[in-house]
Unconditional design. Structure first.
Lengths: 289, 344
C-alpha cells in the first residue's frame, strides 16, 4: 500500500498532513501514540526489568522508589510489563486493522464498482456482520479458535471488515460515474486496472483515516478480550490481563489495575485524537475553514 | 499527402467531404438503448426510459459527423452505446466491417484503440491523483505501443501537439484550467492513435474564447491526422462550422440527416426548422423575435405514439399521431433524408 502512496504523492494528502500537524489536539495525540509505540517497540532495550521474572522479595511494592510504577503480587515490575504489554496491544490491533483495511477495502470497492444485485448481496452480508457488537463477535471467534495471538488478530479483523467495506464502497460508487473512469474503459483498460490504478488512490486517504480511528477500537477490543481471559495467555503481559489481575488486589495495591488502565486509555485517546484530526483535515467540507 | 492536405486547408473546414463512393468506416444501424428501473413504494413500477429508440448513420474516413438535438434527446447515450461504454439493447455497429457489439476481449481492446472519446466535463475526465505524464503513458503501455523513455517522449510530443508545454507532464490535473484540461483529454485520446474521435459536447463546458481555441485545435488535428469525428453538440453554430454531415435527433430518433450546409440552412423537418430558427444569428439587421418552440420535450419514459414530435409540431396531421414516419430521401443527390409525413 505504501507503494501506491509513493507512486502518486497527492497534494491533497500533503495538505491534510500539514493541517493535521498544525492542530494542537492532533499533535498531542500523535505525541502520545509516538511515546507508547517507541516504548513498546524498544521494550527489550528500554524496559528496566524482565517482564516475566518473579521476585518474591519485592512483591506488591508501591510506585516510586526502585520500581517506578511498583510491582505485582509476583514481584514483577509494572513499568516493564506495561512496555512489553504494549507490544501485544499494538501488534494485535495493527495486524487486525491492516487485514480488515485490505479485505474490507477490496470488498467494498469491488462491490461498489460492480453494483447491482451483487452489491446488494455483499452489502447485506456486511450488514449482518455489522449488527454484531465487535466485542461479542470477537468473543465468539476467540472462544471457537482459542486464545492465540493470531486468533485475536482474526477476531478483531473480522469485526472491522464491514465498516471498511462501507467506507470504501461509497466513494467508489461516486468515482465510477466520473468521466476518467469512462475514459479508461474507452482506452481499453481492464476493470482491475481501473479499480486499483485509478479508484484506489482516490479513496485511500478516506480509508486510512478510518483505519486510524478503528485502531483505537481494536486496542479496546483486545484489552477487553484479555480482561475476560480470552487474550494472549499468561505469563505474557497484556494490558487487559494486567488490569484483571490487578483487580484481585485493588484495595491493597490499586496501582496494579490503574496503570494498565491508564495505558489503555492513553493509547485509545491518542489514536482517536490523531484520527479525528486526520478526518477533519481530509474532509473537503471542512478544508477551507 | 502534403499536397492533398494543402488543398484541403484551402477549402476550409467542410472541404474534407470524401467521395460518396468511399466505404464508411463506422456504420450504425438500428441502435437502441432503453434504461429500465423500478421506482415507487410500496408497489414498484417498472419505468423504461427510451433514451435511444432507433438510430442509424454512417461515418466515412476523415468525415466530421454532427449529432445535434436538445438535451435529453439521447445523443450522448447513442455516442456511449456505440463505443460500448454502455451496452446497447439492439442494433448493429460495425467498424470497417467488424462487428463492434459482438467483440470481446482482445478484439474489443483492438477496436477501442480505433475509436476514442473526448468528454464534456474537463474537470471529471482526468484522474486527480495521476500526473499528466502518467495519464498519457498508461494507454501506450496498455496497448504495448511504447514503453519507458520512448513513451514519455511521445507523451511530450502529444502535449506539444495540443498546445501545452512538455513540462506539464509532471503536473497534476488540478494545476490546469478547464481549457487546458480539455487539451490534455484530447492528447490522451490521441495516445492510442485512433481513427475516429467521439467528441461529446467537447466545448460546452468552456468559456466562449476557450471554445474557439479548442475547436480550432480539433479542426487542426482532424486535418493533420485525417481523423473522423462524431461530434455531439446542442450548439448549431459550432456544428455548422465543424461538421460535414449532420443528424438531428429528437427523443431517441434521428429525424433528419444530411450535409451540414443543407440541414442547418434549409431543413425539411419541422423540428429541425425550429432548431434553426431558435439558434441566434450574429447579424443585427436580422434581429427579430425568436420563434418559440411550443411545449417541452416529452419524457423519454413516456414518448408520444407515432411521430415523436407531433405534440409540438405546428404542421401536425392526424396521421402523425398514429404512424412513425418512414425515412424519405431528400431531393437531390446525397442530400440526406428526413423522417416526416410532410415529405413522405
Amino acid at each position: 500500500m505504501s507503494e501506491i502512496i509513493l507512486a502518486a504523492p497527492p497534494p491533497a494528502w500533503k495538505r491534510a498532513l500539514a493541517k493535521a500537524r498544525s492542530n494542537p489536539t492532533t499533535a498531542a495525540g500523535a505525541l502520545i501514540c509516538l511515546i507508547i509505540i517507541v516504548s513498546a517497540v524498544f521494550a527489550p532495550w528500554l524496559a528496566p526489568y524482565d517482564p516475566t521474572e518473579q521476585d518474591i522479595m519485592n512483591r506488591l511494592q508501591a510506585p516510586g522508589g526502585e520500581f517506578l510504577l511498583g510491582t505485582d503480587q509476583f514481584g514483577r515490575d509494572i513499568l516493564s510489563r506495561l512496555m512489553w504489554g504494549g507490544r501485544i496491544s499494538l501488534t494485535v490491533s495493527l495486524g487486525a486493522i491492516a487485514a480488515a483495511m485490505v479485505i474490507g477495502g477490496v470488498i467494498g470497492m469491488v462491490s461498489g464498482y460492480v453494483g447491482g444485485r451483487f452489491d446488494l448481496f455483499v452489502m447485506q452480508v456486511m450488514d449482518v456482520l455489522l449488527s454484531f457488537p465487535s466485542l461479542i463477535l470477537g468473543l465468539i471467534v476467540v472462544a471457537l479458535l482459542g486464545p492465540e495471538l493470531v486468533n485475536l488478530v482474526v477476531a478483531i479483523a473480522l469485526t472491522a471488515i464491514a465498516p471498511f467495506a462501507r467506507v470504501a464502497r461509497a466513494p467508489t460508487m461516486a468515482l465510477k460515474e466520473r468521466a476518467f473512469v469512462e475514459a479508461g474503459r474507452a482506452l481499453g483498460f481492464s476493470h482491475v486496472r481501473i479499480l486499483f490504478g485509478h479508484i484506489l488512490p482516490n479513496i485511500l486517504s478516506e480509508v486510512m483515516v478510518m483505519g486510524t480511528l478503528w485502531l483505537a477500537t481494536a486496542v479496546r477490543v483486545e484489552a477487553s478480550l484479555s480482561f475476560i481471559g480470552l487474550g494472549v495467555k499468561p505469563p505474557t503481559p497484556t494490558w487487559g490481563g494486567m488490569t484483571r489481575d490487578g483487580f484481585e488486589n485493588i484495595l491493597d495495591a490499586p496501582w496494579l489495575a490503574v496503570f494498565p488502565g491508564i495505558a489503555i486509555l492513553l493509547l485509545v485517546l491518542g489514536l482517536n485524537m490523531v484520527g479525528d484530526g486526520l478526518r477533519d483535515a481530509t474532509d473537503p467540507k471542512l478544508r477551507n475553514e | 499527402m502534403s499536397e492533398a492536405s494543402a488543398d484541403r486547408r484551402a477549402e476550409g473546414p467542410r472541404g474534407l467531404n470524401p467521395p460518396p463512393s468511399a466505404e464508411p468506416v463506422l456504420v450504425v444501424e438500428g441502435l437502441r438503448k432503453h434504461f429500465v428501473s423500478r421506482k415507487g413504494f410500496p408497489r414498484a413500477r417498472t419505468v423504461t426510459v427510451r433514451a435511444v429508440e432507433d438510430i442509424s448513420f454512417r461515418i466515412h474516413a476523415g468525415e466530421a459527423f454532427g449529432l445535434v438535438g436538445e438535451s435529453g434527446c439521447g445523443k450522448s447515450t447513442a455516442a456511449r452505446a456505440l463505443l460500448r461504454l454502455i451496452e446497447p439493447d439492439a442494433g448493429r455497429v460495425t467498424w470497417k466491417g467488424e462487428d463492434v457489439l459482438a467483440a470481446r476481449g482482445a478484439a474489443l481492446k483492438a477496436l477501442r484503440r480505433r475509436m476514442q472519446i473526448v468528454f464534456q466535463d474537463p474537470y471529471s475526465s482526468l484522474d486527480p491523483r495521476q500526473t499528466i505524464g502518467a495519464a498519457l503513458v498508461e494507454p501506450m503501455r496498455v496497448h504495448a505501443l511504447a514503453e519507458g523513455a520512448e513513451a514519455r517522449r511521445r507523451a511530450g510530443a502529444l502535449l506539444e501537439e495540443v498546445g501545452l508545454p512538455p513540462a506539464a507532464l509532471d503536473r497534476f490535473p488540478h494545476e490546469f484550467s478547464g481549457g487546458q484540461r480539455q487539451r490534455i483529454g484530447i492528447a490522451r485520446a490521441l495516445t492510442v492513435e485512433p481513427e475516429l474521435i467521439v467528441a461529446d459536447e467537447p466545448v460546452s463546458a468552456l468559456d466562449v474564447s476557450v471554445q474557439a481555441q479548442v475547436l480550432l485545435l480539433l479542426q487542426e488535428l482532424r486535418r493533420r491526422r485525417g481523423l473522423a469525428f462524431l461530434f455531439v453538440s446542442h450548439d448549431l453554430s459550432v456544428v455548422r462550422w465543424f461538421c460535414d454531415r449532420v443528424a438531428v435527433m429528437y427523443l431517441g430518433r434521428i429525424v433528419e440527416e444530411g450535409p451540414a450546409g443543407r440541414v442547418l440552412a434549409n431543413p425539411l423537418h419541422p423540428y429541425a426548422q425550429m432548431l434553426r430558427d431558435a439558434s441566434p444569428v450574429p447579424d443585427p439587421s436580422r434581429r427579430g423575435i425568436l420563434p418559440r418552440i411550443i411545449g417541452e420535450i416529452p419524457s423519454a419514459s413516456n414518448p408520444p405514439p407515432g411521430c415523436p414530435f407531433h405534440p409540438r409540431c405546428p404542421q401536425a396531421m392526424p396521421v402523425c399521431a398514429r404512424e412513425v414516419p418512414r425515412w424519405t430521401e431528400a431531393p437531390g443527390t446525397s442530400q440526406g433524408g428526413v423522417a416526416c409525413h410532410l415529405h413522405g
